[in-house]
Design a protein around this ligand. Sequence first.
Ligand SMILES: C[S@@+](CC[C@H](N)C(=O)[O-])C[C@H]1O[C@@H](n2cnc3c(N)ncnc32)[C@H](O)[C@@H]1O
Length: 221
Amino acid sequence: MSEDLPNPESMESGSTRSEPTMPGPYDWADHYTKGDTPWDLGAAHPDLVARIAAGEFEPPRTGARALVPGCGKGHDALALAQAGWVVVALDYVPEVQTILGAQLAKFGGEVVLGDALEFAPDEPFDLIWEHTFFCAIDPSDRPRYAELIRRVLAPGGQHAAIVFPLDKPEEEGGPPHGFNASTLDDLLGDEFRRLTEEPVGQGVGKRTRPERFSLLERRGG
Ligand SMILES: C[S@@+](CC[C@H](N)C(=O)[O-])C[C@H]1O[C@@H](n2cnc3c(N)ncnc32)[C@H](O)[C@@H]1O
């Protein structure tokens, strides 16, 4: 898998859908069952780790909330929890609860299972951390992603993302589906202000496509 994510051929030929309620054409749960999770880094993204160490991800106050949609095994979610955030990690694969739920609970966080794009919390979030969830959803679901962000992020809250894979033509399909920072700008619109768009300081060596760091802030905070 050249892109560290399942390619359409491998997902469609080898899998039987075990979670009929799961949206989307790919059977993510089957990948966990088979231990075939090539996207998993086995640790938090090195750029996130470096930015936390540099103080860039300080929670603005005690109890500040961070959302990690499509969290997978949750290394990034745990890194944010250890940095002081109250983290809610979303995925629709039940195994994620087993892998991550207890660890996150130690820091006051939780795993919520279900379609992340339908998530409707009681309280808003101060931070959304996006890493290989946006590229995992079908491009036709991108407007729903934008709706999610608008629904859950507080005014003044930030949307931080590893933008990957860059420079992948749409016709090559996915997952992972290519995008760039301007895809996020266009989706989220004027309600958001761009703070940063830069190369990752520390990338993932095995990735064959470039990745960048994107930071947007919701206006009105
Ligand atoms: C490529 S993996 C990335 C996992 C994690 N972010 C990481 O970087 O290791 C994509 C994850 O998103 C989850 N996922 C995809 N679509 C989803 C949806 N609509 N709702 C919830 N989870 C979803 C999959 O189950 C999978 O765990």
